[in-house]
Design a protein around this ligand. Structure first.
Ligand code: 6GU
Length: 234
């Protein structure tokens, strides 16, 4: 998979060199390219923003640098890339969207700052590629950079080969619509706290049933919105 990121803060993305994604990058499972939006400005101050039409607080990113950046990335004709605009006004980013995007050959993340990007940019890019505006959740970040990083990590680890043991992807929170059961390792007793007996038994049927019950209980307690409204087990 190839991922392009356009940002006025390329240095944010240095962390993509460490850990699992860093290795995936070195092994060429993920090809990541970070682009500085200011390369597409032509004035002395490398201006990327201006005051909003209609008034109001804050600044809006001007469309021209974005237009040039997309011209450079998309080329002529229709592109097979999916363009992601991280924004708190987008559709929720979920594990299912991460799975869908992990199947794509090319993603472009357009990271806006300030009060957003002139709305014509997404409208224009949508005539040349598939565009989605995506939000991490119901809170506000200063810009799309940290959100893009979170999405790239969630998507990147689903690309085949990035996570060493694919079985570990199956048992996680959200993969089956439930939160994950609690996990334990050695020692069996730590500071007076015991690992549940059933996990030390080796009865795999009993262990699976216990884990499912724990996952259900935890989901009911902290995320009842994830369960079907009729109260039936997921
Ligand atoms: Cl994707 N961007 C920004 N700026 N804030 C957010 C967000 C995205 N998701 C939640 N808050």
């Amino acid at each position: 998979m190839r991922v392009d990121i356009v940002t006025i803060f390329p240095e944010f993305f240095g962390v993509l060199d460490v850990s699992l994604l860093g290795r995936a990058r070195r092994e060429q499972l993920l090809e990541l390219h970070v682009h500085d939006l200011r390369e597409h400005t032509h004035d002395r101050h490398r201006t990327v923003d201006d005051t909003p039409y209609g008034g109001g607080a804050g600044m809006v990113m001007r469309p021209e640098p974005w237009g040039e950046a997309f011209d450079a990335l998309l080329g002529e004709g229709e592109s097979d890339a999916v363009v992601v605009f991280p924004t708190p006004a987008g559709v929720p980013f979920t594990q299912s969207l991460a799975r869908e995007l992990a199947e794509e050959s090319r993603l472009i993340f357009a990271c806006g700052r300030y009060e957003g990007i002139d709305a014509r940019v997404a409208e224009h890019v949508a005539t040349r590629a598939r565009v989605i505006e995506v939000s991490l959740g119901d809170y506000v970040l200063n810009g799309g950079e940290v959100a893009a990083m979170a999405m790239i990590e969630a998507i990147g680890r689903l690309v085949p080969g990035v996570v060493g043991n694919p079985a570990s992807l199956v048992e996680e929170s959200h993969e089956d619509g439930l939160l994950e059961h609690p996990s334990y390792t050695k020692p069996a007793v730590w500071r007076g706290l015991e690992v549940p007996e059933v996990l030390r038994g080796g009865n795999h049927g009993a262990i699976a049933a216990w884990r499912r019950e724990q996952a259900l209980e935890r989901t009911r307690r902290v995320r009842p919105d994830l369960l079907p409204a009729d109260g039936a087990d997921a």
